[in-house]
Design a protein around this ligand. Structure first.
Ligand code: PMT
Length: 402
């Protein structure tokens, strides 16, 4: 998978820089061409001589060579690469990447790079856990970068915790995995619904729910990363659109229904992840409802069921999958929804499970398929859960033959 791939390896000032030599060798063994870019403090931890001996190329670290003024173009480097990997990435470099502080060759190269970027953090446990580091990592993810989570174990400080740079062979496996999946959904169109819907009561009030959109946006990012054309029909959320995703913003269940059914007609699959309001006020009040001191009775009418309609529209070769958000009788309810809505598979998440459901960054799911398969997954980040779900989806929509 890495044969012939051009990879920029960015090395920063961490004790884990010693592992960069193993990493370089492992990448080259897989057939990659590696160009090292180091920050000034990276050179304090491992010498450029070691690295250039491994790659057979001069290490780039400064904007120009001091003795003859040769200019090193970060723009050309950024365009040359098939992937950029920053390993180890210190808290400082992560902060600069997240905020565009272009004061060294590595950051300018990162800002110029058009290729996928992987970041393998390495730092002490408290630095890694600090809200500013986590915020910067979240920002990098929102720009479409791939974070290779650090491992847990003994750190350079002799403390135990999460912060050790992932082992070189696992970093290489991440890149291989990425390139093998990259085009696996090329030529496929996938419609994804995400977030809540708001059903207006009057100009200032609505019926809504706690969905943040995180699960649906993670699905969209994963499908797009595998080369699919992704249409994300999003309810009101405050998330940025994943790279290469076409987003249609809607507010109500009726608007989501219109957009999803329109886009599904020429799609290969739909993933219905939105928490759609089942009911909407039967009448909208043009004026703000006044407080009277009496009970207020709102009449609600059922909304159309988007997933069920897509299940009804489905032609041979199209796949429709949904979610079941349950609070009791999880398995029975999920399977009943899968049958009733004519879904190919359904992803169960239960609000009784800690770490699953609305707003948080993790989820714990079980996938039920029409063919009787049932797969239970451990609690994972929503990004990882999305990858598991899209792995299952990929079984239903084979890649387009060229
Ligand atoms: O957005 P997050 O904060 O990350 O939270 C993610 C999530 C918990 C919202 C998500 O993982 C999830 O469970 N989404 C489905 C929520 C839901 O409405 O479940 P349900 O069991 O009520 O609906 C079953 C299925 O029918 C769902 O696929 C739903 O999208 C779909 N549906 C429901 C009603 C309706 N009118 N139209 C629909 O398409």
């Amino acid at each position: 998978m890495l044969e012939g791939k051009k990879i920029i390896l960015g090395i920063t000032g961490s004790i884990a820089a010693y592992k960069a030599a193993y990493l370089t060798r492992a990448l080259i063994k897989k057939g990659a061409e590696v160009q090292i870019v180091m920050t000034p403090s990276g050179k304090e931890f491992i010498t450029p001589v070691t690295l250039s001996a491994l790659t057979g190329k001069p290490v780039v670290s400064e904007f120009f060579t001091a003795n003859d003024g040769t200019w090193h173009s970060h723009v050309e480097l950024g365009l040359w690469a098939d992937a950029m990997l920053v390993a180890p990435a210190t808290a400082s470099t992560i902060g600069k990447m997240a905020n565009g502080i272009a004061d060294n060759m590595l950051i300018t190269t990162y800002l110029s790079a058009k290729c996928p970027v992987f970041v393998a953090p390495a730092m002490d446990l408290d630095m890694f856990a600090h809200p500013s580091t986590q915020h910067n990592l979240e920002r990098l993810r929102s720009y479409g970068n791939h974070i290779i989570e650090p491992a847990t174990g003994e750190l350079a400080s002799h403390l135990e915790g999460k912060g050790r740079m992932e082992e070189p062979d696992r970093i290489v496996a991440c890149l291989e995995n990425f390139f093998s999946r990259r085009q696996s959904l090329a030529g496929r169109k996938i419609v994804i619904t995400a977030g809540p819907t708001y059903e207006k009561i009057d100009p200032v009030r609505f019926i809504g729910n706690y969905s943040s959109g995180k699960m649906g946006f993670a699905l969209a990012a994963d499908c797009a990363a595998r080369g699919a054309e992704v249409v994300l029909v999003a309810g009101p959320v405050s998330l940025s659109t994943p790279p290469s995703v076409r987003r249609i913003d809607v507010e109500s269940a009726a608007q989501m229904y219109d957009a999803a059914t329109r886009e599904f007609s020429d799609a290969d699959a739909a993933l219905c992840c939105a928490a759609v309001a089942d009911y909407a006020p039967a009448a909208y009040s043009e004026q703000k409802l006044k407080r009277t001191g009496e009970n207020l009775v709102l009449t609600l009418s059922p909304n159309k069921d988007i997933a069920a309609e897509l299940g009804r529209m489905k032609r041979a070769g199209q796949c429709v999958a949904g979610f079941a958000l349950e609070t009791e009788h999880e398995t029975v309810n999920a399977q009943e929804k899968m049958q009733h809505k004519n879904l190919d598979f359904i992803v169960l998440n239960s609000l009784r499970e800690q770490g699953a459901g609305f707003r948080i960054d993790t989820n714990k799911v079980t996938i039920f398929e029409q063919n009787g398969n049932k797969t239970e997954y451990p609690m994972k980040s929503k990004r990882e859960v999305a990858a598991d779900i899209v792995d299952v989806l990929s079984e239903y929509i084979a890649p387009v033959k060229k």
